[in-house]
Design a protein around this ligand. Sequence first.
Ligand code: 5GP
Length: 189
Amino acid sequence: MTKGKLIVISAPSGCGKSTIINSILDDESIGLEFSVSATNRAPREGEEDGVHYHFLTTERFRDAVENGEFIEWEEVYPGRYYGTLKSEVDLQLAKGHNVILDIDVKGALNVKKSYGEDACLIFVEPPSIPELQRRLLKRGTDTPEQIVTRVGRAEYEISFAPQFDKRVVNEDLNDAVEETKALIKEFLA
Ligand code: 5GP
């Protein structure tokens, strides 16, 4: 049986990443499995343990790090850890399934180091920083301070984009979904 491949999607917040990933997962012609990450952050409303994340205590997360249970892990925000579990990914790959990961830029680059040609890193980015700012303001879910933080983080993440295999500019969400799907199909073909 052929071994499966990894698709890694990274994007600053406000770039439509969740919508893009959900559309990809719903597309049976692509047939990807989602890698459920582990985190020590609290679940948000509507999030289920084992579905959106494996919600761990900080102690359990640290144990998992020490036991070598992660392919990669990062402190994405101060005190907030996120990691890709070997148990989520390697079993699926061994079965020949292709897996999609929603992880931050540094995690993505670490996955590339381990999986090389078996991983395709896709970076979804806004048309520009002012446009991202405008979208976050329009969304209305963040305070002005949070918007400044998100935009700063976006600039930092965009600085890693040249190291990704593919880049998709989300000018129009539907187009970005289609473009991402086409890149994935091409990689898996
Ligand atoms: P959120 O808390 O909003 O769900 O996610 C925050 C950030 O953590 C997002 O950029 C997401 O891509 C990233 N993230 C989620 N899971 C992982 C993971 O397993 N590893 C890494 N490195 N980042 C992750």
